[in-house]
Write a protein that binds this ligand. Structure first.
Ligand code: FAD
Length: 408
């Protein structure tokens, strides 16, 4: 293989270039990125960049010897060549790393999303004390934007169609515990409220109410950025369909090695998980960080398997929230600590708690932790090892989860 082309210069795309070199690949590597920026980190955008603490988030990746073409967008694909807005680029091996794009809402009015560093800088400049900001969606991004905006002194309203924040990620019972955090930070959270359209100076809500706003941020989720692959023959099903080695196939909907080979990483990969016995697509930083090593090995003829326990973190309203694993529908929820406890006035941080999900066989399948990072670390080991643990010991916050992990 003489020339590998990577489409998408985000964390996942940049990391594949590094992993290919680390694995001994000495041929040409071309990294195509639609943005004008070298690969940069996105989690700080809604945290440090919005609050003005951080200006640059460029990733410390060694791209020496990599032909980086910025401002270059892939628009189509055929075996052996990527079509770009500046003509075709041929390849012997292809990496798809085009990430995801935020969903926008109907309406002619201005709406912001938060995906790129340019989005973040634009929003940071617009957030001023007294600005009326409406955030649509009380998911991860919505909560982080509301946190930063409230600190700046904006008048923040969050509208959410579901009955609780973080409903998709955590369910009503656990997500609902975060609702009080909004009010404590001076944010008006309106649940069960849908948005019909964005107008010129506000939003038309589902019940016909007009909600005025100076700024609107839409944080209702993302879609994998795969439009440029339509008609290419690659299997597309809420992401690019790949096997457990992250290899795509040319047969529509199928998996298996394409010729020339194609691998997919990060937010746009819908990979087969041996652990969960189903296809997963996970829009988490750790997936973009971890999948490139497996994809590079696959491209170079190896047999590595990608099968992580999903992990995500978020910083909202002064709390560190971490989520590990995937809960099943039949799982039982067990609390660890009291999620309703309010911080003492003198306390530096809010009291921590966790919620664990247990499968019918007693295995811990997932955990959400709030200000209890050691629970998240230990739970990762417990979940990865399919450990059966006693819920009575789990629910006692004085019993270190790492001891349960050590005993397993
Ligand atoms: C504001 C924000 C905060 C986040 N916070 C957290 C967090 O706290 N914890 C966590 O786990 N995760 C977080 N995430 C998610 C995490 O950042 C993503 O999972 C990760 O960035 C995915 O990396 P990626 O390389 O797959 O995709 P991306 O980062 O989306 O990179 C894809 C790149 O490909 C480019 N591209 C797209 N289409 C084309 C094309 N046709 N041709 C050429 N280039 C193209 C895009 O411009 C982009 O630069 C956050 C994301 C955002 C946006």
């Amino acid at each position: 293989m003489d020339r590998i082309v990577i489409v998408g210069a985000g964390l996942a795309g940049g990391r594949v270039a590094v992993e290919l070199r680390a694995a001994g690949f000495t041929g040409g590597i071309v990294l195509l990125g639609a943005e004008e920026h070298l690969p940069y980190d996105r989690p700080p955008l809604s945290k440090g960049v919005l609050s003005g603490r951080v200006e640059e988030t460029t990733l410390p990746l060694d791209l020496d010897g990599v032909e980086v073409q910025l401002g270059r967008r892939a628009v189509g694909l055929r075996p052996g060549a990527v079509e770009t807005d500046a003509g075709p680029v041929s390849y012997d091996g292809l990496v798809i790393a085009t990430g995801a794009t935020p969903v926008r809402l109907p309406g002619e009015g201005p709406q912001r999303v938060l995906r790129t560093i340019d989005d973040a800088r634009g929003l940071r400049d617009a957030l001023k004390p007294g600005v009326r900001l409406v955030v649509v969606g009380a998911g991860w991004i919505g909560a982080e934007v509301a946190t930063a905006a409230a600190k700046i002194g904006a008048v923040v309203t969050v509208v959410e169609a579901a009955d609780s924040p973080l409903q998709v990620a955590l369910g009503d019972e656990v997500g609902g515990q975060t609702a009080a955090w909004y009010g404590q930070s001076g944010v008006d959270l309106r649940l069960g409220v849908s948005v019909r359209e964005i107008g010129s100076a506000g939003l038309l809500l589902g019940d016909g109410e007009w909600l005025p706003a100076d700024e609107v941020v839409v944080g209702v989720g993302v879609r994998p950025e795969t439009g440029w692959l339509a008609g290419s023959g690659l299997g597309l099903d809420r992401g690019v369909v790949v096997d457990e080695h992250l290899a795509a196939g040319w047969d529509e909907g199928g998996v298996g090695p394409a010729e020339p080979p194609v691998v997919v990483v990060g937010d746009c990969a819908a990979w087969w998980s041996r652990r969960y016995g189903r296809r997963l697509r996970v829009e988490h930083w750790e997936c973009a960080q971890g999948s490139p090593a497996v994809a590079a090995a696959t491209l170079l003829g190896g047999e590595a398997v990608y099968d992580p326990v999903p992990y995500f973190w978020s910083e909202q309203f002064g709390r560190m929230v971490q989520v590990v694993g995937l809960a099943g529908e039949q799982d039982t929820l067990v609390w660890r600590g009291d999620p309703t406890t309010v911080a003492e006035p003198a306390a530096k941080r809010a009291p921590g708690w966790s919620a664990g999900w247990f499968g019918p066989d007693g295995r811990l399948t997932a955990i959400a932790t709030v200000n209890r990072p050691m629970d998240a670390v230990a739970a990762r080991r417990l979940i990865a090892a399919d450990t059966v643990i006693d819920p009575a010991r789990f629910e006692d916050p004085s019993v270190a989860l790492k001891n349960l992990a050590a005993a397993a």
